[in-house]
Design a protein around this ligand. Structure first.
Ligand code: ADP
Ligand code: NI
Length: 219
């Protein structure tokens, strides 16, 4: 099995796992992260094979899919065992996935350029027009409101508040999305992030404008 086949087999495996996923980790998210990962890898001189493999597998270890993080990571490990990879490559891919996909690892800086590229690609998919769309999909799936003008913006939401619907899609921008451009590891990702960030600011501006117009018309 050569590298191309290893990628193809891994792609099939991930597709079949995510087929029925409704938690915002559908196959097309994985495919975008993989493609963005390869683009960034070329610019940053990172190993494209490692980046593509880690991008394909990055959400398999997510607790929303695997049940919990340990189960997810052992699924990734057993998958990699079946692939013709060197031990170094296997360990490298696992290391990337544990810093990129884990909840606790979201703020953790990856150890290698390949890890930085995959983390940047995943974060770029959370901003811009697609990031906005994903946010409203996610909020809808959790039964959150789109916006609540009486809810003060908060940068931190507790689990309790989530459970009681005290979070909104709009609040997620302040909690996370507007911060992501500062969190990019690579210069190439920072450039893309800036454009996507500016689009989110325009979106929010127009959103509030339309919202406020309704009240002005009535009074
Ligand atoms: P990933 O690591 O692939 O970005 P996440 O589980 O962190 O996956 O998020 C999936 C998508 O849902 C992202 O676009 C993210 O911004 C969005 N999201 C996560 N939490 C919330 C939330 N509380 N409200 C709205 N959108 C959210
Ligand atoms: Ni992801």
């Amino acid at each position: 099995m050569d590298k191309r086949e290893t990628i193809q087999k891994t792609e099939q495996y991930v597709r079949s796992l995510l087929e029925n996923d409704a938690s915002g980790h559908d196959w097309w998210h994985i495919d975008r992260v993989r493609r963005m990962g390869i683009t960034l890898a070329k610019k940053e001189g990172a190993d494209e094979f490692i980046v593509e493999m880690a991008a394909l597998l990055h959400d398999v270890a997510d607790e929303k899919i695997a049940g919990n993080e340990e189960k997810g990571l052992s699924a990734v490990t057993s998958w990699l065992e079946q692939m013709p990879l060197s031990n170094d490559d296997k360990e490298h891919i696992i290391d990337i996935i544990s810093s990129v996909s884990f909840k606790g690892g979201h703020g953790k800086k990856p150890h290698t350029i390949e890890g930085m590229v995959v983390q940047d690609a995943d974060r770029l998919d959370a901003i811009g027009a697609i990031g906005i769309a994903r946010t409203f999909m996610y909020a809808g799936s959790r039964g959150h409101l789109m916006h609540d003008p009486f809810l003060p913006y908060r940068e931190k939401i507790t689990k309790e508040e989530y459970r009681h619907g005290r979070s909104t899609a709009i609040n997620h921008f302040y909690e996370k999305l507007l911060k992501l451009k500062e969190w990019m590891n690579t210069e190439s990702a920072k450039q893309i992030a800036l454009k996507r960030h500016q689009f989110m600011e325009r979106f929010l501006h127009q959103f509030y404008q339309e919202w406020d117009e309704q009240y002005e018309n009535v009074n």
